[in-house]
Design a protein around this ligand. Structure first.
Ligand SMILES: [Zn+2]
Length: 51
């Protein structure tokens, strides 16, 4: 339950970070389509984890 959410959060955070580090189309000012998707997943997991 909570462990699943935490695992999902960690996975989303890692994927988001890894993408940002390697994607040439993402910048602090804006994310590419994939980057936006990963960021949305991360935000979603983060908000669910907090509850
Ligand atoms: Zn990107």
């Amino acid at each position: 339950m909570a462990d699943d959410l935490y695992a999902r959060y960690m996975k989303a955070a890692a994927a988001n970070r890894a993408h940002s580090a390697t994607c040439s189309r993402c910048s602090p000012d804006g994310r590419c389509e994939t980057g936006q998707h990963l960021e949305a997943e991360f935000q979603d997991a983060y908000l669910k984890k907090k509850r």
